[in-house]
Design a protein around this ligand. Structure first.
Ligand code: FE
Ligand code: CA
Length: 527
C-alpha cells in the first residue's frame, strides 16, 4: 500500500486511571441536603472510548445562575460526587463505584474517564451527591478494533437554535435507539434571534460572550427535556461549528474584527463552557491558553471508523476577509484569488496530518468523516451569471479539500463517507477530485443533515444552483430534523428524518428520503 502503511490502533491514553478521586467534601456542605432543588437538573451524558467511556454530569441546583461566583447556584468550591456503573438498567449489578470531583473552577462539572470494561456492550450509570441522585444514563464501550460486528446504528444532528424552535428532532432520534448520536456543530447559538422569529427565548437576553453567559446557554439547552433524554439514553460523539463561540469565526479571527487577543479570550471562555458541558476526556482539559483539542477517532470493530473533525479552531480566516465583510461571504475567482491559495487549510497542519495518517492506516470497512460544514464544491451563480463560492465552508478552502480527496484516492480508503452540518438543509453529494468533468470518478459520498430547529437557507435560490452542480444529488431545505444511519458490511443506509413543525413542542416525524451506499461503490442511490 506504499505510503499507506498500517500501525497498531491500540494506542490508549493511560493518563487517567479510573477517575476515582477522593476529595474532602467542604464542611459547609456535608450536613445539609439539597433541600428542594435538584443538583442534577442538567442530567447526565456519556461518550464511548476503546475500553470504557467518559461520563458527565454537572451540579447545578440553580442552573441559570446570574451570580458569576456561584455557577449553577453552587458554593463553595469542591464537591465529591459518587458514581455507580452497572450492567443492567435497574442498577442492580454494580460493577464499579467510586467518587469524582466537581470543581468550582469548572462549574461543578464532572468528567469521569472509566477504563478496563468489557468491549462492545452497554452499561448504565448514575451519580449521587449528598441526598440527591441523578437519573440513570446509558453508556457503551466500543468494540475491539478487530471485532467483527454486523451492524451499527448512528444518528447525526446539527444546528439546534433554542429560540427558533423545539427539539422534537432530538426526541424522535432518542426513540429510535441509535447506538451513538453524532453532534456536528451549532449545539448552542450564541446570538439572540430577532423578533418575530422566536418561539422561546435565550434566558440572558444578550449574546453570549463571557464564561457565565456561555454556561447559562448550555445549561438552558440541557434543561430541555428532549435534549436531556437524548444524552441520558444515547452516547454521543461531538464536534462543534461556529455558534458555540461566534458566527463564522475562524481560529482567532472574529466576524466582528475584534483584536485577535481579545477574541481569543472570548473563544477560551466559550471552549471552557463547551468542555464543562460535554463528556470530553478530562485529559483533554489542559487549562492552558485558548485551545481545546476535540478532534478524535472512534473505531467500531472492523465495520466502521468515525473521525470527528474540528473545522473551526485551526482554519485560516475566510478568504478576502476584511472590512466590511468578516466571516462568510460569496466570492468569485475574479475578485478573490486568495481563495485558491494552495497553502490554505481548513483543519490546520496537525489535524490534517493526523487525519491523513488515520486514513492511510485505517482498517475498517466504512470510513466516516463527521464534521461541521458543507464539503462538496457548490457553484452559486448570481443574478449576473457570475459563479461564486461561499467562503465559510470547504468552498473557501478548495486546496485543502483537494488534498483530502487526493489522500482518500491515493490510499484507496475503504468506503469513505462524509457527514456534515451547518447549512440547515439536507444534501446528498458526490465528492470528486474534479468537478469540471462529469465523468470524473466519485471519491466519496457526502450526506448533510438539516437543522434540528435553526432557520433554513432560501429553498428557491439553492434549488436554482442544481444546473451548475450535477454532483449534488439531492437538496431540501424546507424541513427540520436529523439523519439516521444504518451501517452494515454490504451497505450504508441513511434516512432523512423530518419533523412536522419545529415551532411546536410535540411535532411528529416521518422519513423524507432514504439513500444507500453499496460497499465498494462510492455515491448514493435513492431508495
Ligand atoms: Fe447552524
Ligand atoms: Ca454554522
Amino acid at each position: 500500500m506504499g505510503r499507506c502503511s498500517r500501525r497498531d490502533f491500540l494506542l490508549r491514553t493511560s493518563i487517567l486511571a479510573t477517575g476515582c478521586f477522593i476529595q474532602p467534601t467542604p464542611t459547609r456542605a456535608t450536613t445539609a441536603g439539597w433541600s428542594s432543588s435538584d443538583p442534577f437538573s442538567l442530567g447526565v451524558a456519556s461518550s464511548p472510548t476503546p475500553d470504557g467511556f467518559v461520563l458527565w454530569t454537572r451540579l447545578a441546583p440553580t442552573p441559570l445562575s446570574s451570580d458569576p461566583d456561584a455557577p449553577g447556584g453552587v458554593r463553595p468550591d469542591r464537591y465529591s460526587v459518587r458514581y455507580e456503573i452497572a450492567t443492567d438498567p435497574e442498577m442492580r449489578k454494580i460493577v464499579r463505584r467510586g467518587e469524582a470531583i466537581a470543581d468550582g473552577q469548572l462549574a461543578y462539572s464532572v468528567h469521569l474517564e472509566v477504563i478496563g470494561l468489557r468491549p462492545a456492550r452497554p452499561y448504565w450509570y448514575r451519580f449521587s451527591c449528598r441526598d440527591a441522585e441523578s437519573r440513570v444514563g446509558r453508556a457503551m464501550t466500543l468494540p475491539g478494533p478487530n471485532d467483527g460486528i454486523d451492524a451499527l446504528r448512528l444518528g447525526f444532528v446539527s444546528c439546534s437554535n433554542y429560540e427558533h424552535g423545539y427539539f422534537s428532532a432530538y426526541r424522535h432520534l432518542t426513540d429510535e435507539g441509535p447506538d451513538v448520536a453524532l453532534f456536528l456543530g451549532d449545539y448552542i447559538y450564541e446570538y439572540i434571534a430577532k423578533a418575530p422569529d422566536k418561539v422561546r427565548v435565550h434566558s440572558d437576553g444578550v449574546e453570549a460572550t463571557t464564561l457565565p453567559l456561555y454556561r447559562n446557554r448550555y445549561a438552558q439547552y440541557r434543561l430541555d427535556d428532549d435534549l436531556q433524554r437524548l444524552h441520558a439514553e444515547v452516547p454521543m460523539l461531538i464536534t462543534w461549528d461556529d455558534h458555540e463561540v461566534q458566527n463564522d469565526y475562524a481560529d482567532q479571527w472574529a466576524e466582528t474584527f475584534d483584536d485577535p487577543q481579545t477574541f481569543l479570550k472570548r473563544r477560551a471562555a466559550a471552549y471552557q463552557a463547551f468542555y464543562e458541558h460535554m463528556p470530553i476526556r478530562p485529559s483533554r482539559w489542559t487549562r492552558q491558553g485558548p485551545d481545546l483539542r476535540i478532534y478524535d477517532r472512534f473505531r467500531f470493530g472492523r465495520l466502521a471508523e468515525i473521525s470527528m473533525l474540528d473545522g473551526r479552531q485551526y482554519r485560516n480566516r475566510e478568504a478576502c476577509y476584511g472590512p466590511p465583510r468578516g466571516g462568510g461571504h460569496l466570492v468569485s475567482d475574479g475578485s478573490c484569488p486568495e481563495r485558491l491559495d494552495p497553502s490554505r487549510t481548513m483543519l490546520g497542519t496537525d489535524q490534517e496530518k493526523w487525519l491523513y495518517e488515520g486514513l492511510a492506516e485505517g482498517q475498517a470497512r466504512w470510513n466516516i468523516l463527521a464534521q461541521d460544514v458543507l464539503m462538496t464544491e457548490l457553484r452559486e451563480r448570481n443574478s449576473v451569471g457570475e459563479i461564486q463560492f461561499w467562503s465559510d465552508d470547504w468552498n473557501g478552502y478548495p486546496a485543502a479539500r483537494q488534498r483530502l480527496m487526493q489522500q482518500i484516492h491515493d490510499c484507496r480508503v475503504s468506503n469513505p463517507v462524509v457527514f456534515s452540518g451547518d447549512i440547515h438543509s439536507y444534501w446528498v453529494n458526490d465528492l470528486k477530485l474534479d468537478y469540471d468533468r462529469a465523468d470524473a470518478p466519485v471519491i466519496a459520498t457526502e450526506f448533510v443533515g438539516t437543522s434540528v430547529s435553526a432557520h433554513p437557507p432560501p429553498y428557491d435560490r439553492f434549488a436554482r444552483y442544481a444546473a451548475d452542480n450535477p454532483h449534488v444529488r439531492y437538496f431540501e431545505s424546507r424541513k427540520r430534523g436529523y439523519v439516521t444511519v444504518d451501517v452494515e458490511a454490504e451497505r450504508l443506509t441513511t434516512k432523512f428524518r423530518s419533523v412536522s413543525d419545529a415551532t411546536i413542542p410535540d411535532a411528529t416525524v416521518e422519513t423524507l428520503k432514504s439513500f444507500i451506499v453499496q460497499d465498494g461503490r462510492p455515491g448514493a442511490n435513492s431508495i
